[in-house]
Design a protein around this ligand. Sequence first.
Ligand code: GLU
Length: 491
Amino acid sequence: MTDKPVRVRYAPSPTGFPHMGNIRSALFNWLFARHHKGVFIIRIEDTDVARKVDGAVDSILDSMRWLGLDWDEGPEVGGDYGPYFQSQRLHLYKEAAEQLVRQGDAYYCYCSPERLEQMRKEQMARKQPPGYDRLCRKFTPEERAKKEAEGITPVVRFKIPLVGKTVFTDLLRGEVVFDNSRMDDLVLLKSDGYPTYHLANVVDDHLMEISHVMRAEEWLSSTPRHLLMYQAFGYEPPRFVHLPMILGTDRSKLSKRHGAVSITKYKENGYLPETMLNFLTLLGWSLDDKTEIFSQQELIDNFSLERVSRTAAIFNVEKLNWMNGLYIRKLTPNEFFESVKPFLMKDGLATSALKTNEKYVRDILPLVHERIKLLSEVPELISFFFVEELDYEASLLTDKKITRETAVTALEASRQKIEHLQDFNIEALEASLRPLVEEVGVKTGQLFGVLRTATTGQLVAPPLFETMTVLGKERCLRRINTALEKLSGMS
Ligand code: GLU
């Protein structure tokens, strides 16, 4: 399969921010290149001026960097086959289009947008598939000269053979057959001098010596057109692979709801790049029926086209979250701290603690490290460590059916024990507070419940004694006093 040196490309159009599907194509190309020790190229297909979005190229490159997908040729790094922005290669497409016209494989089309629109409407009304009626294909030199004299700037259209079939082998799907009669004479060069996707893509894949084109399934119907163009140019075509679609769990097309949001959103929402890399690879590739967790190197070592699936991949956000939790738990305390830091900074609550008392933050984080699926959950989970005054309803203190009186007794007894503690650590707290169950005559859950609410302001929090240890003796005592005040104010 790899007789030619492997040179593959990710060819995004900067018409929006890259989402799952785009990046999954990039990733498969990257894995294929790295597995075969080939070259991975990024080429920016920016010839659709009207649909260009500011900041899209940066977002594409940032997403790639975040995932650790480096490129050997392309924007910022250059390479021998550049430039890697199609908008800087316009002359090449123009020459190519003219070559096809000279050879008789393409023609100038002078039809106005109004005529084309009218034709489309009529075809729709007759329930015919829309398409160009090839009027200008039949022009004599005189008719052409007349149009030229009128000053109309033409487009260039490709002459699709009127009969026959175009057959090619997709490395995943096997033989694919398209009837030429069902294809339209596509535009290659627009009247503004810009190429269409089809022309620029074919010219560049040839000039950049791309060995394999791996792209989303939605391009499958473009491929016979491209092959006819390769033939007309006399270029040797690359191998083609059309990657399976990504669907939602309900098997509908991926929408914003499912994850067709930009990859940078996943970063903002608290996913780790390791998770995304692993998860995205499994959207269409598998090693076997059971292995799900792969490091980057394992993915490179094992990736092969033979294991890419032909059927649609299902995007399951629950699985993504599960996997993210797993990758979070794999982080060392320091890696976890560094990963969470941007979220804490954004939250503001921990910002000053990070500046003045980083150790406090570092002590807090292990309490939630094992419990989360998203890094973005952390600020809210640990906010009670940072606030001066906890804000909660007094009634939370009498949760678990403890009476107000018993709650007061339990807290007062706890306060007394805590005041006398020399070492304020988990063991000491356990040893001095647990006997209160007997002494006060409450259930364990009730005692720890009221203490938990008093010290954290919440019914659910990380393990109590660990939490109290990190909060420190003074803060715990202050909070117990506040809780007692709240209880005395209760009717
Ligand atoms: N510019 C196209 C896209 O954004 C490239 C498709 C292809 O890989 O040929 O999807």
